[in-house]
Ligand binder design. Structure first.
Ligand code: ITT
Length: 202
């Protein structure tokens, strides 16, 4: 079974490949399909953007390909849910992960949030599609708090700032196996795993 992830983010693809490896023979993404231009994320919710990505890419690839999208981000309570769906472009359209993390720490400091007031969660919405048709929507979230400073080199995006509930270290410090056992993406993928076999044999 082959699955195309409707993403240009290699970190997402790698995590999904590891977590679905036993079920799927081949996981690729838009880097293998340069003929498909990255969908414009015009939605205002994770679900809208996940649907845009899955439907556009699966329509372009045709009915032979099973497609999964991932729209995800970080919601910080002291910032009223920001950066949310704008997580990838928080510090601007061409922002790097470093720029985004710096802006996040600046904004939290400005908001005066300390200790438990730094509560946050990662959210992930995935849409499974084939031939431009939506087959399912799957969600996952993980609660945590924002660290006072960056810690750890692992992962990507905001990982070095996010301490998951019941842990003392950030996703950037924890082994990848720990992140992949409890992350927002892992929890959405648990649902995908349950749904996939039915669609494969449909
Ligand atoms: P695609 O749209 O091509 O999939 P993207 O990186 O632009 O790639 P999103 O629009 O879903 O994806 O934005 C997700 C952003 O949220 C991502 O760039 C990170 O900044 C953050 N994010 C999502 N999941 C994360 C994770 O597991 N660890 C750290 N940061 C994460």
């Amino acid at each position: 079974m082959r699955l195309v992830i409707a993403t240009g983010n290699a970190h997402k693809t790698e995590e999904i490949r590891i977590m679905l490896g036993d079920l799927i023979d081949e996981v690729s993404d838009l880097r293998a399909h340069p003929e498909i231009s990255p969908p414009e994320e015009t939605g205002t919710t994770f679900e809208e953007n996940a649907a845009i990505k899955a439907l556009e890419v699966s329509a372009a690839l045709g009915p032979e390909s099973m497609v999964l999208s991932d729209d995800s981000g970080l919601e910080v309570d002291a910032l009223h849910g920001a950066p949310g769906v704008y997580s990838a472009r928080y510090a601007g359209k061409a922002a790097t992960d470093v720029d985004n993390r710096r802006k996040l720490l600046d904004e939290i400091t400005r908001a005066g949030a300390r200790g438990k007031a730094r509560s946050a969660r990662f959210r992930c919405v995935m849409v499974l599609a084939r031939g431009g048709n939506k087959l399912g929507v799957f969600e996952g979230a993980v609660e945590g708090i924002i660290a006072n400073e960056e810690k750890g080199e692992g992962g990507f995006g905001y990982d070095s700032l996010f301490i998951p509930e019941n842990y003392c270290e950030t996703f950037g410090q924890l082994p990848a196996e720990v992140k992949n056992s409890l992350s927002h993406r892992a929890r959405a993928l648990e649902q995908v795993r349950k749904a996939l076999p039915g669609h494969l044999h449909a």
